[in-house]
Design a binder for this molecule. Structure first.
Ligand SMILES: Nc1ncnc2c1ncn2[C@@H]1O[C@H](COP(=O)(O)OP(=O)(O)OP(=O)(O)O)[C@@H](O)[C@H]1O
Ligand SMILES: [Mg+2]
Length: 269
C-alpha cells in the first residue's frame, strides 16, 4: 500500500508542482494518474522512490515513512519505467534488463537466465538479448524497459508515460500486455499518463489531476465516466461530446475501432 499524506513540492525555482496531495493506493492494484502537461504527475511518481523529496507531507509504503528508508535501497526495490525507455545505449538488451540485480551484486548464469525469462514474459524473443537498444523498435524498447523494471522483482512499479512514444496500435498492444502481466504478477502499479483512454483502460483506480497536483476526481473508470465531478472532468473525459463518434479502420488483416480522435479502442476479429 502506498499512501501520500498531504504532500507538497515547491521546487527551488518557486514552482509549486504539487500542493497538499493525499491518496491511498491499495496493494496489488493499478492506479493511473492522469492530467495535462505540468500538473505534477512526474513529481508525484518520483516522490515514491525518493528521486524527489517532498517540501512537506509524507509518503508511506506499507505504513512506513519512506523518508526513514535508505534512498538507494528503496530505489532499487521499486521498478521504474521511464517515458523514453531509458535504456543504456552501449549495453546489450540482456545487460540492460539485469542492471539492478548486477548492481546488487548478483551476477552469474542464474541472473542471466532470469533476464532471458523476463524478456519472454514481456513478449520478446530472448534471441534479441545480445542486441543493443538502437537495434530495436520503439515498442520493443518499451518492453525491455518493463522487463528491466521487473528484474529486481519489485512489489511496486512506477510507470511514467511508458507508452507515450509509440504509435497507437503498438501502444494498445503494450497496454494489453501490461494488463496480462498484472493479472499474473499482481504488482502495485502507479501509472502516469496524459491519455484518459489509457488511464481508464489500465486503472483500477483513476485519479484525474488539475495543475498543482490537485485531485479533480478519483474513482473507478465507471464512476468517473458515469458521474464526472465537474466540467473540468467531463471536458477531460470527453463525456460531453455526446458519445464519441466511433469508426472502423481496416488495416492488413484486422479492423480497428477508433474514436473521434483516431485513438484505437479495440480490434474486431
Ligand atoms: N526540477 C524542477 N525544477 C523546477 N521546476 C520543476 C522541476 N520539475 C518540474 N518542475 C515544475 O513543476 C511542475 C510539475 O512538473 P511535473 O514534471 O511533475 O509535471 P508532469 O505532470 O509530469 O508534466 P508532463 O506531462 O509534461 O510530464 C511544472 O510546472 C514543472 O515546470
Ligand atoms: Mg511528466
Amino acid at each position: 500500500m502506498i499512501e501520500f499524506e498531504s504532500v507538497s513540492k515547491i521546487y527551488p525555482s518557486g514552482a509549486i508542482a504539487v500542493e497538499e496531495f493525499s491518496l491511498l493506493i491499495p496493494s496489488h492494484s493499478v492506479c493511473t494518474l492522469v492530467g495535462s502537461s505540468g500538473c505534477g504527475k512526474t513529481t508525484l511518481l518520483r516522490m515514491v522512490n525518493r528521486m524527489v523529496t517532498p517540501s512537506s507531507g509524507r509518503v508511506l509504503i506499507d505504513s512506513e515513512d519512506i523518508a526513514a528508508a535508505d534512498a538507494v535501497e528503496l530505489r532499487r526495490s521499486i521498478g521504474y519505467v521511464l517515458q523514453s525507455g531509458g535504456l543504456l545505449p552501449h549495453r546489450t538488451i540482456l545487460d540492460n534488463v539485469i542492471t539492478v540485480p548486477v548492481l546488487k551484486g548478483r551476477k552469474g548464469s542464474a541472473t542471466r537466465a532470469h533476464g532471458l525469462e523476463l524478456l519472454e514474459l514481456v513478449g520478446l524473443d530472448p534471441a534479441i538479448a545480445t542486441r543493443y537498444p538502437a537495434q530495436l523498435s520503439g515498442g520493443q524498447q518499451q518492453r525491455v524497459g518493463v522487463a528491466r523494471a521487473l528484474a529486481a522483482d519489485p512489489n511496486i512499479l512506477l510507470m511514467d508515460e511508458p507508452f507515450g512514444a509509440v504509435d497507437p496500435i503498438i501502444r494498445r498492444e503494450l497496454q494489453t500486455e501490461l494488463t496480462r502481466l498484472q493479472t499474473e504478477l499482481g504488482k502495485t502499479i502507479v501509472f502516469v499518463t496524459h491519455d484518459i483512454d489509457e488511464a481508464f483502460r489500465l486503472g483500477d483506480q483513476v485519479v484525474v489531476l488539475r495543475s498543482g497536483g490537485h485531485i479533480a476526481q478519483q474513482g473507478t473508470p465507471e464512476e468517473i465516466t458515469s458521474a464526472p465531478a465537474d466540467s473540468f472532468v467531463s471536458d477531460f473525459v470527453g463525456a460531453d461530446l455526446g458519445g464519441r463518434r466511433l469508426h472502423a479502420i481496416t488495416e492488413s488483416d484486422r479492423t480497428v475501432i477508433v474514436d473521434a480522435d483516431g485513438k484505437p479502442l479495440g480490434v474486431l476479429r
